[in-house]
Design a protein around this ligand. Structure first.
Ligand code: NDP
Length: 291
């Protein structure tokens, strides 16, 4: 069992994941804490799934809040004392607030996505049609948020079709949205659906470690009206979209807005968006230069 400790006693917030070294949240959140004149720091912990219970106990005693990234957004839930109705509805938690030793889970991914879609494409969910590639934690949060905000049609395409079907069934159960599942390998179905949707959301982790890895044959996205890739560095899918002159945005707007919402939940004040964005853009640029 792993032992967790604080290398810097000012660390009150953190992101956990496996892998987690790639996370840009520390750069963004530390810039925010500095801009707000707060003494606390935001760190990161590499946590294996088997060590989640030990981390939860460590966090109860030592942290004020933490974010959860791939692949623990669902596995963390049974370890929490309470979960917000929004997070419970989507079955995914990316933000935990620690108060009096109790762990309270929220999901800010959906909020971050809607803010980014509005900024990037002027997209409003009411009455819209959206294709989501992926059915993991992020896709679940996104689908739940879109359904709650009035999209008319959701198509979920995943490598493991059973997971797409389960997510589509959960969305359809709300009664207000027509939801269908497709296999990522079903090129004919995807070619038909892509131009019918206002936006395609790339919510798989293909391209996260290997930038050339694609979740789907890019040619099936040729008729897309907009592609939002949740990964925040350049991927082969984003390059394809640019070559095809398809409006495209990477995931940094979502990262910015979900992080801002997490910070507001922890501190109860508006997040300093400009300082966070500047830190995020700087960290992404440094990474692109290989620094
Ligand atoms: P999960 O591990 O919960 O889910 C991963 C998803 O990706 C599953 O649908 C999985 O399919 C699919 N997948 C993985 N590898 C491949 C592949 N080679 N080909 C096709 N599909 C694949 O991860 P999350 O949902 O939490 O995160 C997904 C992505 O979204 C990550 O890249 C993450 O960094 C990003 N993200 C970005 C955010 C932002 O703020 N910009 C916020 C949250 C996430 P299967 O079910 O078949 O295994």
């Amino acid at each position: 069992m792993a032992q967790f400790s604080l290398s810097d006693p000012a660390t009150c917030y953190a992101v956990i994941g496996d892998p987690v070294a790639h996370s840009l949240s520390p750069a963004m959140q530390n810039a925010a804490l500095t801009a707000l004149g707060r003494p606390e720091r935001y760190g990161l912990f590499h946590v294996l799934e088997a060590d989640l219970p030990a981390f939860a106990e460590f966090a109860r005693k030592n942290l004020a809040g933490f974010n959860i990234t791939v692949p623990h957004k669902q596995a963390i839930i049974p370890l929490l004392d309470a979960v917000s109705p929004e997070a419970a509805a989507v079955g995914s938690v990316n933000t935990v607030t620690v108060r009096g030793g109790r762990l309270h889970g929220d999901s800010t991914d959906g909020y971050g996505l809607l803010a980014a879609l509005a900024e990037s494409f002027g997209f409003r969910p009411e009455g819209g049609s959206v294709l989501i590639l992926g059915a993991g934690g992020a896709a679940q949060a996104v689908a739940g948020e879109l359904a709650r905000h009035g999209v008319r049609r959701l198509v979920i395409a995943n490598r493991t079709v059973a997971k797409a079907e389960a997510l589509a069934a959960r969305c359809a159960a709300s009664g207000a949205v027509a939801a269908e599942a497709v296999a990522l390998t079903d090129a004919a179905a995807l070619r038909r659906v892509v131009p019918e949707c206002e936006v395609v959301i790339q919510a798989t982790s293909a391209g996260l470690k290997d930038r050339e890895q694609v979740p789907v044959e890019p040619a099936v996205l040729r008729g897309a009206r907009g592609i939002f890739d949740m990964i925040y560095h350049e991927t082969a899918i984003q390059r394809f979209a640019r070559e095809q002159r398809i409006p495209c945005a990477d995931g940094r707007g979502m990262l910015l807005h979900q992080g801002a919402k997490s910070l507001s939940l922890w501190l109860g004040v508006p997040a300093p968006l400009a300082a966070m964005k500047e830190a995020l853009d700087g960290a992404i640029a440094r990474r692109a230069r290989g620094e």
